[in-house]
Design a protein around this ligand. Structure first.
Ligand SMILES: [Zn+2]
Length: 299
């Protein structure tokens, strides 16, 4: 064995032993930032931009494929639109331990209109979706890496929803993809879930979203308890608003799912200014730390 092989092996052993000791692996906010940049490079991920959607689908699949135990790509048609949800699973190996199952979700599509712009010309342009779209996906992709290094004590599903952000365009609802997912997988009923949406802002502010508070309070309290223990500055100890997001179809099915979302919405929300420079790796880091502690069961 040469010097390089020895080095590679020792790095491998360190990684494996850290995992087998149950040590929580390190969520890397910088890597999450790179996942945002990679999605933005494909262009807006909206229904008329088939090339950007194909590239992003491939990017998500290829990134999770190397880590997850199972991956399902579910295409659907709803409201005359074609959509694709991606569902990756990290199976908890000890099936005897009824440890539960947690779903972590984010929407990978972006809004085809910048309807919060003042100028009528700009309103017709799609939003780049750095914060609104790419940031939640980026956190999930980085979590996939650490779940592969150190398998969580529960089965974890990462679900990437399409067609969240068509709401109020031609009278369409929000969360078309998430609603299709819940309807088309009636056997899938996780014990808990978290939606991540708009989680990269430099001044990230996540108050208690009110549908989550009223319908998934135990889980919400647990998340806020972890955030407090970690001295998180992005989770706010106050109530936000009632927000339509991908947790609603799950709540409607009786599944406790909490929506983590920046509120009040930043001033570049649903505009052409939703770009990478609005994001911070530290904000992503704090969100990633809280979610990984939730999954690994560390208070
Ligand atoms: Zn949006």
């Amino acid at each position: 064995m040469g010097r390089i092989e020895k080095l590679v092996l020792s790095v491998f052993l360190v990684t494996v032993s850290a995992g087998s000791l149950g040590a929580e692996p390190y969520f890397d906010g910088q890597r999450a930032m790179q996942h945002i940049a990679a999605q933005l490079a494909h262009g807006p991920r909206e229904p008329s931009n088939l090339e950007a959607k194909q590239k992003t689908l491939r990017y998500i699949q290829q990134t999770v494929k190397t880590h997850a135990d199972q991956i399902a790509v579910q295409t659907f048609e709803a409201h005359s639109l074609k959509g694709t949800n991606i569902w990756a699973t990290f199976v908890h190996k000890n099936t005897k331990a009824n440890a539960g199952r947690i779903m972590l979700g984010a929407h990978w599509d972006t809004r085809p209109r910048s309807d919060q712009e003042e100028s009528l010309i700009k309103q017709k342009m799609p939003t780049p979706g750095a914060n609104d779209g790419a940031s939640g996906v980026a956190v999930l992709l980085e979590l996939a890496r650490i779940f592969a290094i150190s398998p969580p004590p529960v089965t974890v599903d990462l679900v990437f929803f399409d067609l969240e952000d068509m709401g109020n365009i031609n009278h369409l609802p929000f969360s078309i993809g998430a609603r299709e997912f819940v309807a088309r997988n009636p056997f899938y009923r996780p014990s808990a879930g978290v939606i991540l949406d708009m989680v990269c802002d430099k001044n990230l502010s996540i108050p208690r979203e009110l549908y989550s508070k009223t319908q998934a309070e135990k889980l919400l309290d647990r998340i806020w308890g972890i955030a407090k223990a970690q001295n998180s500055t992005v989770f706010k100890d106050r109530d936000g608003s009632y927000i339509q997001d991908d947790h609603i179809p799950f709540l409607d099915a009786g599944i406790p799912v909490v929506d983590l979302i920046h509120y009040p919405f930043p001033d570049y929300w649903h505009t052409s200014e939703d770009t990478l420079d609005k994001c911070s790796s530290q904000s992503l880091q704090q969100v990633g730390n809280v979610i990984s502690s939730l999954v690994y069961g560390i208070p």
